[in-house]
Design a protein around this ligand. Structure first.
Ligand SMILES: [Zn+2]
Length: 273
């Protein structure tokens, strides 16, 4: 426990805890310390203890609970020394043959096809880039700005003022954007349930009874929606525009129509909703 850095090392799941819980990392008084500095042994039972800069806001407490449940799910023993384990093998020992197979027969990325689909959509090149960055969680949401050490006073979503502004919240689960997605579903006459992760949502944004070409148009509408939400959010931040879900929806309708008519002149897209 002396060698493992709690925030820096990838010792839980496949992600650094400072990336997974950036607000907690930022509020920690011990950002560089090893695991043994974050608690005490009581006989043989480890008890986590955290020193923080300030008290938690009410809306951060669910993240704190999640963080603690992640930590408490780890098995720690005072008699164990720190050591590296080969995580992909059942034995946890490093087998050269296994590494060779990974290097020469890599498993195809679950999302490699998704990006091919994205680049094939009939939408403007700049929106391809925006959607690609959004799918990789690289757009400038408040959470991502925090990860880049940008100082912000308020981390709440500008569209609802409720939860922290993350990519998935802003583009999918925010109450304001939910209204937009529901209006768009009614407009296209497709009943859908939004996934709360953008990659999965984009992958599932298709209709089994649509042709391949129609699904390509449909996915273009998906990008149009997230693009219009993002533009509206920027209008609220930089031009003090009023948050208005119906305006985002109207903009999405116009935007989708312009994009698709430009690429597919005989496309049929009604404005009635
Ligand atoms: Zn929101």
């Amino acid at each position: 426990m002396k060698k493992i850095k709690l925030w820096e090392d990838i010792w839980v799941d496949n992600c650094q805890l400072k990336v997974r819980f950036p607000r907690l990392f930022n509020n920690s008084l011990s950002i560089d310390n090893s695991l043994c500095c974050f608690g005490k042994w009581h006989i043989n039972i480890w008890s986590w203890e955290f020193k923080r800069r300030r008290e938690w806001f009410e809306w951060e407490k669910s993240q704190v609970d999640e963080f603690l449940s992640v930590l408490e799910g780890q098995i720690l023993k005072s008699s164990w020394d720190d050591k590296w384990l080969w995580r992909d093998a059942q034995t946890c020992k490093y087998p050269v043959k296994f590494a060779y197979e990974i290097l020469y027969n890599p498993t195809p990325s679950a999302f490699s096809d998704m990006y091919s689909v994205l680049w094939d959509l009939l939408i403007p090149p700049s929106t391809h880039c925006f959607a690609w960055r959004a799918l990789q969680d690289r757009i400038a949401t408040k959470q991502n700005l925090l990860r880049r050490s940008v100082h912000l006073v308020d981390f709440r979503c500008v569209l609802c003022g409720g939860k922290e502004e993350t990519t998935s919240h802003l583009l999918l689960s925010c109450p304001t954007t939910n209204v937009v997605w529901n209006s768009c579903s009614k407009w296209i006459r497709v009943i859908s349930v939004n996934h709360f992760a953008l990659k999965e949502h984009f992958e599932q944004f298709y209709c089994s009874w649509f042709s391949k070409e129609d699904n390509k148009l449909w996915k273009g509408v998906c990008v149009s929606i997230i693009w219009c939400i993002w533009k509206h959010k920027n209008g609220v931040v930089f031009n003090q525009a009023k948050v208005d879900a119906s305006e985002i929806f109207s903009l999405t309708q116009v935007q989708s129509w312009v994009w698709l008519k430009n690429k597919v002149p005989n496309v049929s897209l009604s404005f009635s909703n």
